[in-house]
Design a protein around this ligand. Sequence first.
Ligand code: ADP
Length: 252
Amino acid sequence: MKSDKQLIDETGIRSDGRKPDELRNVIIKAGVLHRADGSCYLEWGGNKVIAAVYGPREAIPRHSQNSLRAIVNARYNMAAFSVDDRKRPGPDRRSREISKVISEALEKVILTDYYPRAAIDVNIEVLNAEAGTRCAGLTAAGVALADAGIPLKDIPVACAAGKIGATEEDGTFTGGHVVLDLGKEEDNFGNADLPIAIAPRTNEILLLQMDGHLSSDEFERALDYAIKGCHDISKLQKEALLKKYNVSEGDE
Ligand code: ADP
């Protein structure tokens, strides 16, 4: 994931005009689908994502049931028209991996032992992809779960940080800058990407993946950035839910 592309200038301004610790624009709407038990539409920069939650309901087939708790099936799918070159429809290795890590992250905040033998299905559809879709999908899933009234320890939220900059022709780093929320060009040509998901009340890490290389100092800085980004997005999740249920902040 190394490249010689200069993605941040001497004054610290990134190629899309953002500061190092600035998020892309995020818009969240709760309860957009009437047939799902809970749903969310989320835009994050150029990403457009829908999450729909069904359940809890009896897990089928019966051999998939757990007699002590509900199972959580997150299914992440990227639409064929979501990227520049048409993506072959259907599951692939990447979408299976993302579905698995999102299911495991959501399981940590859902009070699954309230619903033995049940399944909770979380469908995440990426309509437009522009880097950071797993974070956008997980964040939308968090709102959709709350909208479905599923008991949660906390509303999960995700955000990435990474490292962009340049390498010299001989391959040595000229520096590299830790930044929040990589955009498409930064994701393609950056040096590292660190998507995380947290339970914002406790800062428990629900998901942490890393692509590329970071020194331990850079890792600490990227983690701090990503946690701060998660808290900013968490506020927008709560605002979207309060808006749907016509509750003003003071009435909480
Ligand atoms: P994330 O979307 O969580 O950042 P990746 O790092 O795997 O996950 O992907 C980065 C970006 O690469 C995606 O957001 C999307 O814009 C693009 N991308 C991923 N898969 C494909 C694909 N099959 N075809 C074209 N672009 C893709």
